[in-house]
Design a protein around this ligand. Structure first.
Ligand code: A3P
Ligand code: MG
Ligand code: MG
Length: 390
């Protein structure tokens, strides 16, 4: 029986960070600054990067959300699937950072505005290579960290590297994760398609468009928001994929964003308990981080047919789970993340002079290319593993 887990230093476990007992994290909710969007980018059908929001989709309100009939199995044979053997690491985010460096100079101004005059700052700015941000990672990495106190099955590995005063965190697929991905049963494979197909039934490319449910689903395409926020003493910039926005364009990001989710219909009390214990935890963590206020859930049967929709307000999810005997506590999640990040800062101190951000001139092109230099293992100096321990 597994009863203890810890994240440990790759080079021998000398700087362990224990997850248990969870009571250490049962503290008042820490300060989490209102997330603000500092930029967007898109990945097209070929998975090419664009420094704009062209792939953002609009929510299409169905005539009667309580009675819909979305067949999520439709078109599975036409699926165009992103190559998951291709490890992208933080590359798209880093590409965005390189094209938007000036946005980090503003962050600097807000950090040090009292100590220097504006003139000195702008002189500095020209040669300033610092991002004035403690952590850079995908939103999904932070979601995983937030959920870790209540995770009792899956381990993870994250590579961490400090460069120019910023800690970069990038997940590395574990052998177990790879096994599961490669050996996924055909039925399971088809079921992961359902979540993407669902998005197609409820979104359009234009504000007044109609869903195009006969188009093939292409999982290369994505719209990503880039968010700046602060958890206690940790400033962070992360990017996450956003499913769609409310068509009314008077509403600003990230408040206008909607997360779409599917889940199996629940009838028995234990199914409802599991839904709250596992799904609502992940849904809450994912949308809480970037400040996405609404989650539209499609409840489906075992044949992949969605019969009704239900909207969850992200900030109300903690109240929903408090209504019966609570199985998880948002404060524990966020305090755990806070202390985990403090731990990372403490143990990862050596600045990686080989660099995480590097511009490289591409042959025969004026364009500069970005490399997270040959990946995680050699270039990231530290790897933090979270795993179950006997
Ligand atoms: P569901 O979440 O409705 O199952 P997201 O909800 O984050 O926008 O992701 C869209 C869909 O991608 C998911 O829909 C699911 O089908 C698939 N997906 C996302 N993360 C996954 C994961 N870790 N493993 C398998 N499928 C995943
Ligand atoms: Mg999504
Ligand atoms: Mg979704």
């Amino acid at each position: 029986r597994y009863d203890l887990k810890r994240a440990e230093d790759f080079s021998g476990g000398k700087v362990a960070f224990d997850v248990y007992p969870l009571s250490r994290f049962d503290l008042p909710f820490p300060n989490y600054r209102q997330p603000s969007e500092v930029g967007v980018f898109s990945l097209d059908a070929e998975r090419d990067f664009h420094n704009d929001g062209r792939k953002l989709r609009c929510y299409v309100v169905p005539p009667d959300p309580k009675h819909v009939n979305f067949d999520l199995t439709e078109g599975y044979d036409t699926l165009i699937k992103r190559d998951e053997d291709e490890k992208e690491r933080l590359d798209h985010m880093l590409r965005w950072i390189l094209k938007n460096r000036r946005k980090f100079l503003l962050a600097r101004r807000s950090v040090s505005s009292s100590s220097e005059t504006g003139e000195q700052e702008s002189e500095h700015a020209e040669s300033d290579s610092q991002l004035h941000t403690d952590f850079i990672a995908w939103r999904g990495h932070f979601t995983k960290i937030l959920c870790t106190p209540y995770e009792n099955q899956d381990g993870w590995t994250m590579a961490v590297s400090k460069f120019n005063g910023t800690w970069y965190i990038s997940e590395v697929e574990t052998p177990e994760q790879r096994d599961r991905r490669v050996n996924m049963a055909p039925r399971q494979r088809e079921m992961t398609y359902w979540g993407y197909k669902f998005e197609q039934y409820l979104t359009a490319a234009e504000p007044n468009g109609k869903p195009e449910t006969s188009d093939p689903v292409n999982t290369n395409e994505a719209f990503c928001t880039v968010i700046r926020t602060r958890l206690n003493t940790h400033s962070m910039v992360f990017s996450g994929e956003v499913d769609c926005r409310i068509a009314d364009n008077r509403m600003r990001a990230p408040q206008c964003y909607i997360e779409l989710k599917t889940s199996r219909e629940t009838y028995k009390p234990n199914q409802q308990r599991n839904f709250r214990r596992y799904k609502l935890l992940k849904w809450w963590a994912q949308s809480f981080l970037p400040g996405v206020p609404r989650i539209v859930a499609g409840f489906r049967d075992d044949n992949g047919v969605v019969n009704f929709l239900e909207t969850f307000k992200t900030m109300e999810i903690p109240n929903i789970i408090k209504a019966d005997s609570p199985t998880w506590n948002p404060s524990v999640c966020v305090n755990f993340c806070d202390q985990f990040l403090a731990h990372v800062k403490k143990v990862v101190q050596e600045d990686n002079h080989r660099g995480v951000l590097r511009k490289k001139r591409v042959e025969n092109s004026a364009e500069e290319e970005l490399r997270m230099p040959e990946a995680t293992r050699q270039q990231f100096l530290d790897v933090v593993r979270f795993k179950w321990r006997n």
